[in-house]
Design a protein around this ligand. Structure first.
Ligand code: FAD
Length: 391
């Protein structure tokens, strides 16, 4: 089977963690203890997006993990990136989701398709979190069917005039810059869309309704609005008409980050469940002694391991510059479904306490669901996989 762990695509398996991965995981654990855990539930409750935390993460190199050092980034590979997001996801899904969106989507798009001038202008600011990035593809009427978008840009001399709105955009309010993909040609033409990079403060560019969400509540999700917004043609990323194709490539990488996020949430929920199952006594013994609970833990652990292998496989192929459309969809689809199952089982292990906010299981449970939706639903991942298989 092409593209799996056993193919000519892979150079071999390496299950060890590199020094960089160990260092990053350690750093994130310490950072989480000090800067995230004490306030996490407060942010979750009030839907507060803690910009200051991302600024600190910028100082640690976590907001430009994949950005080459010449542009002020950390210059790491996808392998370290998976470790960083999954480790953060264990602590707080919201912070990890925002980190993933900033790194993979906005920054990733500019890194992959910006010209030298655009890279020099934006990447150092994004990599250090001096600026927070947003990425707008989705619209109210077009989510899975993103190519059917209605936001348009019409050429006017050396400018383009944008009208319309983007929905469900991470960092739509707090973002300093956004990459947006809008229609510049005919509907139904995959070359009828173009990507623009637009700075906050540009006349006619504003943000709208903030969503009140089930989970990922400290990750800001809102609307981007364009009203006769004039943007110079120098703000186009790549060529006119390439926007949708670029977006699909950006999502190939982005899905590895959502798989990593799912992996992290699943591991966090699992570790909490294991710990609790050893402490909680019923019928005179720890509940982990009951086979009904122990088997649940065994299933959770097995699925997490499998999700981790798929995620690192996609990362490895990406590192080697190979096409990862199918492998990132494998990872995203499987890891996110596992994440929801594991988080659900974790609540069950906690019993009634899992249903309260005094214990961590309920937040993992609420946060987990986003993973099967964002950056392409599970159904869309299956479409992507099937399309690749049946080529
Ligand atoms: C917290 C959050 C953050 C987000 N951040 C961003 C962001 O930063 N930038 C951005 O551009 N977008 C973002 N999104 C949008 C996200 O990518 C979309 O929500 C997602 O792609 C699904 O689109 P939709 O919500 O319109 O669902 P729909 O497309 O309306 O889907 C509804 C249901 O129909 C199913 N369905 C649709 N088409 C098919 C089909 N052909 N076959 C089978 N089933 C199908 C779907 O799988 C789903 O179950 C975010 C969403 C959330 C919730």
């Amino acid at each position: 089977m092409s593209g799996t762990l056993l193919t000519e695509n892979a150079t071999g398996l390496n299950f060890g963690l590199s020094e960089n991965q160990i260092m990053i995981a350690d750093m994130i654990r310490k950072f989480g203890k000090e800067h995230i855990l004490p306030k996490m539930m407060e942010w979750d409750e009030s839907q507060h997006f803690p910009v200051e935390v991302f600024k600190k993460m910028g100082e640690l190199g976590l907001m430009g993990v994949l950005v080459p050092t010449e542009y002020g980034g950390s210059g790491f590979s996808y392998t370290e990136y998976v470790t960083a997001i999954s480790e953060l996801g264990k602590i707080c899904g919201s912070i990890a989701l925002s980190m993933a969106a900033h790194n993979s989507l906005c920054t990733g798009h500019i890194m992959a398709f910006g010209n030298e001038e655009q890279k020099k202008k934006y990447l150092p600011k994004l990599a250090t979190a001096e600026w927070i990035g947003a990425w707008g593809l989705t619209e109210t009427g077009t989510g899975s069917d993103a190519g059917g978008m209605n936001t348009v840009a019409v050429k006017d001399g050396d400018h383009w005039v944008l009208n319309g709105s983007k929905n469900f955009i991470t960092h739509a309010i707090s973002g300093n810059v956004a990459v947006v993909i809008v229609r510049t040609g005919e509907k139904g033409d995959s070359h009828g869309m173009t990507a623009f990079v637009i700075e906050k403060g540009t006349k006619g560019f504003s943000s709208g309704k903030k969503e009140n969400k089930l989970g990922m509540r400290a990750s800001e999700t809102a609307e981007l609005i364009f009203t006769d917004c004039r943007v110079h043609e120098s703000q186009i990323l790549g060529k006119v008409g390439d926007g949708f194709v670029q977006a699909m490539k950006v999502l190939d990488g982005g899905r590895i980050s959502i798989a990593s996020l799912a992996l992290g949430i699943a591991k966090g929920a699992f570790e909490a469940a294991v710990k609790y199952s050893k402490e909680r006594q019923q019928f005179g013994k720890p509940i982990s002694n009951f086979q009904g609970i122990a088997f649940k833990l065994a299933d959770m652990a097995t699925e997490i391991e499998a999700a981790e292998l798929l995620t690192f496989q996609a990362a490895d192929l990406k590192n080697r510059g190979q096409k990862v459309t199918k492998e990132s969809a494998f990872a995203k689809y499987y890891a996110s479904e596992v994440c929801v199952r594991v988080a659900n089982d974790a609540v069950q292990v906690f019993g009634g306490y899992g249903y309260t906010k005094d214990f961590p299981a309920e937040k993992y449970y609420r946060d987990s669901k986003l993973c099967t939706i964002g950056e392409g639903t599970s159904e869309i991942q299956k479409l992507v996989i099937a399309r690749e298989l049946l080529k």
